[in-house]
Design a protein around this ligand. Structure first.
Ligand SMILES: Nc1ncnc2c1ncn2[C@@H]1O[C@H](COP(=O)(O)OP(=O)(O)OP(=O)(O)O)[C@@H](O)[C@H]1O
Length: 302
């Protein structure tokens, strides 16, 4: 049986800019080789159909970066990501267009998932019913509370019937009644043999419905095993970390972060290649800019 998800030596790096203008310079390739921060380094794992996997780790450890790679919202910098099926990401801060109403968002997101107008009309009322946000469904999403956004995001994602559901902290802002409703829906989803990736800081939520748990620590997989085992080790680590003084905590964090600026050893060649790819694009842009300058000077002269 093919795994539903396969990550092979995946790394995700971000260029660090101190000004917005530096980003523009990078696009037109006026400056190369910026500092790279590896949010994820050399990650390899597989997930099978029907599994519910929990993702845990400290703030900034790379959980959302991993969710975004899983949902194919961002590409890997190095390595290979294989996803066999349709994914749907539910996260508090992504997915909904703030200037559109709830109803317009339902239509837009369903279209983006490849549903036809007839299919959207069929599931529209079920989504509205599940989200249960009353007349706000006709208000722009920017007027919603975070809980309301989460309700709408969850309702849409679950009804578009994906093979792989990625839930990134989306249940943490909902109230208890909504949480219960989501749990029922997630269990229904699981019983259909679908795959779930669940990111949460709530270890009790993770333990409630994940068989395996991945602990991400400063961009690397620290443990990926049976839920009970990983959660127990993670709790021991949290207790140890909390026993440190503030300055020891800071020192330990900084040491770990320092490693995330180092190049990924076995993937360096690929990173250089991808930089060269960008500089080719930059070269074309530079030529275009040059042509534009020549044309506008010529127009001005004659
Ligand atoms: N676009 C970006 N540019 C630069 N750095 C980024 C970018 N996105 C994420 N990062 C960095 O990557 C690291 C991992 O971030 P990520 O959001 O994946 O962590 P997380 O485990 O989800 O954290 P939290 O628990 O706080 O939600 C962080 O240090 C973050 O600052």
């Amino acid at each position: 049986m093919n795994p539903k998800i396969r990550f092979m030596n995946v790394s995700k790096s971000f260029s660090l800019y101190s000004k917005q203008s530096e980003k523009l310079f990078d696009i037109i390739s006026l400056k190369k080789d910026r500092d790279h921060f590896f949010a994820l380094r050399n990650i390899s794992f597989e997930v099978n159909e029907g599994e519910a996997i929990g993702l845990i780790g400290l703030n900034g450890s790379g959980k959302s970066t991993l969710s975004n790679l899983l949902a194919q919202v961002i590409p890997p910098s190095l390595g290979k990501v294989e996803i066999n099926g349709e994914t749907s990401l539910i996260a508090i801060s992504v997915g909904l267009n703030n200037s559109l109403t709830g109803l317009e968002n339902i239509k837009l997101k369903c279209l983006m998932h490849g549903l036809s107008s007839a299919e959207i009309n069929k599931i529209k009322s079920a989504i509205i019913d599940f989200a249960d946000i009353g007349k706000f469904i006709n208000q722009p999403v920017k007027n919603y509370s975070s809980g309301m956004k989460s309700r709408l995001g969850f309702a849409i994602s679950i009804h578009t019937n994906p093979d792989i559901l990625i839930i990134d902290e989306a249940l943490s802002v909902g109230d208890q009644t909504f949480y219960k409703k989501c749990l029922d829906k997630i269990n229904e989803f699981k019983s259909q043999g679908k795959t779930i990736i669940f990111v949460s800081h709530s270890l009790s939520q993770i333990e409630a419905f994940c068989e395996r748990v991945m602990w991400i620590h400063f961009g690397q997989i620290k443990m990926f095993d049976e839920a009970k085992k990983v959660i127990s080790e993670y709790k021991k680590f949290i207790n140890w970390f909390n026993s440190l003084s503030e300055s020891q905590k800071k020192k330990s964090r900084n040491e770990m972060l320092e490693d995330q600026y180092k190049e990924v050893s076995n993937g360096q060649a690929q990173l250089v290649k991808s930089k060269r790819g960008n500089s080719n694009l930059g070269f074309v842009l530079q030529i275009l800019i040059l042509i534009l300058i020549v044309i506008s000077s010529a127009t001005y002269m004659f």
